[in-house]
Design a protein around this ligand. Sequence first.
Ligand code: SF4
Length: 193
Amino acid sequence: MLKHIITTDCPRSCPYCITKNLPAIEPCPGKIEEAYAAHREETSLMLTGGEPTFRPDLLFTAFNAGRRYFEDVNLTTANGRFLHHWTAKFFDSIIYSHHDRPAAELPFVGPSVRAYLAILADQFSQDLVGMAHASGFSGLTINEEQRAGERFEAEVLAPCEGFTIKINRRGHCLDQKILLPDLTLVEDFRDFM
Ligand code: SF4
């Protein structure tokens, strides 16, 4: 998977955010097509941030270019309102980051949108799984904290029909190919930790 950090701007300041040590980098929309073509061996593109929905101009450009070079184009967002935007259904999947927010604030997902709820490992509860299922999410992603924290024990997961549960092990995302907003390629994100 190729990840593209559309922008580092985000209204939140989560202490575990992997982009928080990045300097302010100006996006380079004119070269997105060229950058994607150089990585067309990847099957999936993940558009992420910061908060990518804050830059709909870049998101639109990246989405259209991504459709030409990758089998699927996905989005990570912490903007629950975007799940109701008419363009949300065009993404193959949306990872909705609900990190450190109360379960009671889960947004409802419409039937045409494929969204997965992403939480930190210490937020997990079986009740949350039930609420996410009832809110229309297709699955849950449990993220182990990048810097600290215990390993999440998969044994606590009860099977939930029609709902996938995936664990992102600590450090997993740091080894992925990541394009910064200026389209510089980073192959080991630990340099920014
Ligand atoms: S919402 Fe996401 S991008 Fe924004 S500060 Fe938190 S972890 Fe980082």
